[in-house]
Design a protein around this ligand. Structure first.
Ligand SMILES: [Zn+2]
Length: 364
């Protein structure tokens, strides 16, 4: 089956994180005849069953493991091609075509072309659930230590460039409390919005401190911090009683993810306002592996030099199960997560060729 036909099938199966991913898993399993497959199910926060799988050609440390998530971000109902994918002008359009069913289609196509029983060394495929809502499936598998691999390739759109390191991700909310009053008598209350403005200014200073600590492997070369949302007050004529600030930061490897949190707490303590930091998520960075055999091999196959990424991936959680891990896949992350997401068909074919070559070189 041609890789683009597999991808057309996969995109046509809706698999936003909120719903069961079993249909995608079931589809992949049908393509993996002759593999030993173990399902690792769990229930998500809403009670929906989610399934991760580990497929292996034989027992033992996997010489090569492909990892791919099965969920996608939601799509706008007005985007008619989201789950009715089409190929137009050499691009395959649809939700997940780029992030990251494109890579999954390449894995299924490449592995279908090899006689797995003939492989001397174990090859593995790991499919995960709920990557887009916090790498839930990957964390579950990492805790269980479901496999050991020498080389691991985690699929994400990198334009077929090997990626050896990535930033982490942290999300927090700051709740600023004041005291409500009639706006004609402001002295009887305390404006949470005025206080929040001081907090935001302090956050800007924290961002500057973070930016001063450079890691040249990244673009931008430091831990970025963003105040993405601010919400407060109830009416124009009420002194605001509460204001909430949503802040995220993306720590570079080698820097404790909670260093920014410490800086924020220190800054808040110096303000004399009623503001509390609540860290909701703290995903580690994807630190570069000690060896770079796999990265070098992929560099030589693709002719593209290794890079780093500023978005979070499952590599941060799963790279500990492998001696060396890279992130790699067709498509461009900047077209993902929006209507009109696509992957170039040419890159799918190129990727199938690379994956086939890697299987031959590492496992045959
Ligand atoms: Zn992804």
């Amino acid at each position: 089956m041609k890789v683009e036909d597999i991808l057309l099938d996969l995109v046509a199966i809706p698999s936003v994180s909120q719903i069961a991913n079993e249909p995608v898993i079931g589809y992949a399993e049908k393509h993996l005849a002759g593999w030993k497959i173990v399902r690792y199910p769990y229930r998500d926060a809403a009670g929906v069953e989610k399934i991760n799988i580990l497929a292996t050609t034989k027992p033992g440390t996997a010489e090569l493991a492909f990892v791919c998530h099965t969920d996608t971000v939601p799509y706008n109902q007005e985007w008619s091609e989201a789950v009715r994918p089409v190929i137009r002008g050499g691009k395959l359009y649809g939700r997940g075509s780029c992030d990251v069913k494109g890579f999954l289609a390449c894995v299924l196509s490449a592995t279908a072309k090899v006689d797995v029983a003939r492989l001397a060394k174990p090859l593995a495929i790991v499919l995960t659930a709920d990557e887009e809502i916090g790498c839930v499936g990957a964390k579950f598998l990492a805790r269980k230590r479901v496999l050991r691999a020498r080389h691991m390739i985690i699929g994400e759109p990198t334009g077929l460039r090997p990626v050896c390191a990535g930033k982490g991700y942290a999300l927090a909310e700051i709740v600023v409390r004041g005291k409500e009053a009639h706006s004609a008598f402001p002295a009887r209350g305390r404006s949470a919005i005025f206080d929040a403005a001081r907090v935001v200014t302090a956050l800007e200073r924290v961002a500057k401190k973070l930016a001063a600590r450079k890691n040249r492997a990244f673009d931008p070369p430091f831990t970025t911090l963003n105040v993405g949302m601010i919400q407060g007050g109830t009416a124009k004529n009420i002194v605001a009683g509460e204001c909430r600030i949503t802040v995220e930061w993306r720590p570079v490897p080698g820097q404790a993810g909670d260093w920014a949190a410490e800086l924020i707490r220190e800054a808040l303590a110096g303000l004399r306002v009623d503001a509390v930091l609540d860290v909701k998520r703290l995903d580690p960075a994807f630190a570069p592996s000690e060896t770079r055999d796999l990265a070098t091999l992929v560099e030589s196959l693709t002719g593209r030099s290794a890079a780093t990424v500023s978005f979070g991936t499952e590599a941060a959680h799963l790279s500990g199960l492998a001696s060396e891990a890279i992130v790699f896949g067709p498509g461009d992350m900047t077209v993902a997560h929006k209507s009109g997401e696509f992957v170039p068909v040419k890159e799918l074919h190129e990727c199938v060729g690379y994956l086939g070559e890697l299987i031959e070189r590492l496992c045959a």
